[in-house]
Ligand binder design. Structure first.
Ligand code: ZN
Length: 165
């Protein structure tokens, strides 16, 4: 690590300590040229994950974007922001376990839907109405009926509900 005082890249680590419950490591260093002491942090870069959109484009994964979408769906529902934060943590952890650096957008949507279905019916239907891009009222009603009947979300695509030509 380059010394912030003299610019020399020659230092010794004096102490390494886990902080923030193990989410980061703090290192105390000393420059071997000028003796200046400085601190560095090492942490997991969650935002380096990429989302693969439906059309194949890549977009940087954003926790804020994911959280905003869920918050919008939970608007005026008896769900605290803290609870939403916990759900977002769980969703990200689940996605990190299943994918390396590229996550299909569909996998994110499906994981969110599965969490919301357990949490709140209204929030689930709101999220589904945006994510599934319902083309007409019949599709939407059908989804809600399926939900009430205890059907698993994502078991069928919206295409399956399209009326026969
Ligand atoms: Zn130095």
């Amino acid at each position: 690590m380059k010394c912030p005082s003299c610019g020399e890249d020659d230092d010794k680590v004096l102490e390494s300590r886990a902080v923030r419950g193990g989410a980061a490591i703090r290192r105390r260093r000393v420059c071997l040229r000028c003796g200046h002491r400085f601190t560095t942090y090492e942490e997991v870069l969650r935002d380096s994950m990429m989302v693969v959109k439906r059309d194949g484009r890549l977009e940087e994964f954003s926790r804020a974007k994911l959280e905003n979408g869920i918050q919008r769906s939970c608007l005026k529902r008896p769900i605290s922001l803290q609870r939403i934060g916990t759900i977002v943590d769980r969703i990200i952890e689940d996605l990190e376990t299943r994918y390396e650096l590229e996550i299909p957008a569909q996998a994110i949507g499906d994981t969110v839907m599965a969490e919301l279905l357990k949490l709140d019916e209204v929030a689930y239907v709101r999220y589904a109405s945006i994510y599934r891009h319902f083309e007409n009222l019949e599709q939407f009603v059908s989804e809600v009926r399926g939900l009430r009947a205890g059907e698993q979300p994502g078991a069928r695509g919206p295409e399956a509900d399209a009326p026969a030509p």
